[in-house]
Design a protein around this ligand. Structure first.
Ligand code: DOR
Ligand code: ZN
Length: 347
């Protein structure tokens, strides 16, 4: 440890601008982990069945609030699932119930995306309303064509879908979710103020080798999939650059461990128990701990037009071991880094 290394960092309480908490017993198992770290989180709507209406989002919000342990204050920010058939009126109802965004899943792109969009043109009435109401379009930015290599799907999405979409809706707020490539980082950097992007801890920490080291490692499998080292470095550069366009979104995506360690393993890394600590590790390694607060606590609310939090959290330099496995309803879940030692700890 050098003299310049701080022994603690205090920052404005962060929010998580991309999170999955599922429903039922699984939700009850994971919401406390996020509520201990974050004041608010954007909750993804890819349940089965998906959260399609304002009424469904409102009921889901009630269930999440009921799962927050007493003594913690945590507010779920709701997102509706965009389909080919989302009516413009549903956008108005979503705004009225306090939803902050719609989520674009290209059909088949990821977990529970079967009801997603098959053709963007079918959503234009809804997109007009999303733009008019000032809601955000959260985008899973991957094409789904079987003939596009899985590592190239994000770049193809930018060229084939995102650029035309933004030409047609120049004032639509587009949150480019979980970006994974240098092309995406560059696109967002050069875009206007309507575009922002979230970056996950796993895409900042690992390149695609992590999935294959010494055998297939399903707990490093998420979508979009981890990419080459050059892309990881571009993401670290973007996150730590001080640009207000990039903000924290864990994409913590819990799946029971037996469904990840499976012949057809589910995509998703469960990072909620140690998310802020993982980001601190990345920012410290980049010599940019002074940029962590803006990334974690300012850029997200500023982009969404919400107030910044006013309370604070403190990370202390203290070794601790992430639990190898945690209860997840009837099953177990393995957090990313489970069984390994972290050097930052949220007090
Ligand atoms: O890895 C992922 N898991 N990527 C997604 O886009 C969805 C998520 C999930 O819901 O499990
Ligand atoms: Zn996600």
């Amino acid at each position: 440890m050098t003299a310049a290394t701080p022994s603690s960092i205090t920052l404005t309480r962060p929010d998580d601008w991309h999170l999955h908490v599922r429903d039922g017993a699984a939700m009850a198992a994971v919401v406390p982990d996020t509520a201990r770290q974050f004041a608010r989180a954007i909750v993804m709507p890819n349940l089965r069945p998906p959260v399609l209406t304002a009424d469904q989002a409102s009921g889901y919000r009630d269930r999440i609030r009921a799962a927050v342990p007493s003594g913690l204050s945590f507010e779920p920010l709701m997102v509706l699932y965009l389909t080919d058939n989302t009516p413009a009126e549903e956008v108005v109802r979503a705004k009225a119930m306090g939803a902050v965004a719609f989520k674009l899943y290209p059909a088949g792109a990821t977990t529970n995306s079967d009801a997603g969009v098959t053709d963007l043109r079918k959503t234009y009435k809804a997109l007009e309303a999303i733009q008019r109401e000032g809601l955000v379009l959260c985008v899973h930015g991957e094409v789904t064509d079987g003939d596009v290599d899985v590592f190239d799907r994000e770049k193809a999405f930018i060229d084939d879908k995102l650029i035309p979409l933004r030409r047609d809706f120049p004032e639509l707020k587009v949150a480019f979710e979980h970006i994974t490539t240098k092309e995406a980082a560059q696109y967002v950097n050069e875009a206007d103020r309507f575009v922002g992007a979230t970056i996950t801890p796993q895409h900042l920490l690992y390149n695609r080798n992590a999935i294959f080291m010494g055998g297939v490692r399903p707990h490093y499998y998420c979508l979009p999939i981890l990419k080459r080292e050059e892309h990881r470095l571009a993401l670290v550069q973007a996150a730590t650059s001080g640009s207000a366009k990039f903000f924290l979104g864990t994409d913590s995506a819990p799946h029971a461990s037996h469904l990840k360690e499976h012949a057809s393993g589910c995509a998703g890394c469960y990072t909620a128990p140690c998310a802020l600590e993982l980001y601190a590790e990345v920012f410290e390694a980049a010599g940019a701990l002074d940029k962590l607060e803006a990334f974690a606590s300012f850029n997200g609310p500023d982009y969404y037009g919400l107030p910044r939090n006013t309370d604070q959290v403190t990370l202390v330099r203290e070794d601790w071991v992430v639990p190898e496995s945690l209860p997840f309803g009837e099953a177990q879940i393995k957090p990313l880094r489970g069984g390994e030692t972290l050097h930052w700890r949220l007090r």
